[in-house]
Design a protein around this ligand. Sequence first.
Ligand code: ZN
Length: 471
Amino acid sequence: MRLDTIIQNGILVTAAETIEADLGIIGEKIAAVGQNLPKDGAKAIDAKGKYVLPGGIDAHTHMEFPFMAATSADDFETGTTASACGGITTIIDFALQKPGETLEQTVKNWRRKADGKVVIDYGLHLIIRDLNDRILDEMKEMIGQGITSFKLFMTYKKEGLLLDDGGIFRVMEEAAKYNGLIGLHCENNDLIECLMSRYLKQGRKEPKYFARSKPPVVEGEAIHRAIRLAEYSGCPMYVVHMSTQMGSETVCEAQRSHLPIYAETCPHYLVFTDEVYERPDGANYVMSPPIKKKEDQDALWHGLAKGEIKTIGSDHCCFTTEQKKLGKDDFTKIPNGVAGTELIMPVLYHFGVAKNRISINQMVQASSYNPARLFGLYPKKGTLAVGSDADLVIFDPEKEVRLTRENLHSKIDHSIYDSFTVKGYPVMTFSRGRLVQENGRFIGEKGHGKYQARKPFKESEARQMLAPALA
Ligand SMILES: [Zn+2]
């Protein structure tokens, strides 16, 4: 066996194990893991004192996403470049059905935007927003084609994205039949609209009233309702971007009743509190759901540590300062969304592992292994096993990076994290054996990424996700 590349003396970390060993790559695959692998002409990389992690899977991105009166600023090239520089080697992006469109057309259109531009691998979820019998029939076909998860909105009625509870139920029934997984954006639309119009009538139009229109009960109530609908239809469900203690408690309770309910949170909820909405650039922190209080942040870390929150996705949907100005006189018009795909690993490490909130194995679970299991990419992705794709990150626990716009790779003109310096950063990213990032410099290639058809959701597989209280 002649290896192409050998990563020597690194600390290999998977969801379950941490071992000091070499790792060998042949072509696009991991070919060997062990002590003192034969060098034999292979390109050698010394990883002493550094972690070797499975590449991250960011299961929540919105590249080139038309939303409100804008389109998110990162396209599939700049967005995935940012991902790669943060140690992400696969994204799962949300293909948005246009009104009247079949799901097949949606996928075709989305792939036309992504193929040829993505610098790392990608898969798709489908957002269903215009439901009829034909669309329900198509779901089975889509699952067969490797799009095994669907996302529905309980809010954004005015933006034309909301599905009513009956619609959600019908999609869930269908997904349950064919092993699909339903992702839900859980916020109570009526309550939001009521509070928003109340603030606007009072002349309160600044960004902080956006956050105040979405208090924790907005999410808590919707998660509860969604779980009951999922339970009734027998459908596994994934709560996207969970931001509250109330939501976490509800999810945890469902899990204790052995319901297949999973939850994701995002880097921004783990770092900030709602004080950011008092800042002059508060609009840059407007996303849905908005950032909550310290007790919510603590509950999310707790949920990650207990394994109740399975994944961290970025909800990368960024807008420039100029685009954010669409809402300068009215908070309801600020395009919702922030950047984050580049910061999943640095945030989990600096604010999580280094502060002893989670272990390094739990970091791998949340950023790679669990999304691979839930979204049908395992064992091709999500681990460091012989035969798996050589999607790898060399992570230097000593490297310090100030999270300014200049040090990040998204196209936007600001960084909401710019007051932070983190310690611990990916210094090399390999995508299917190819080095695409070195020391913060992107050296990959547009179009290198490949579309990934995913496997149907299997509850038995999902149950393999460790309850990460290993220590
Ligand atoms: Zn999103």
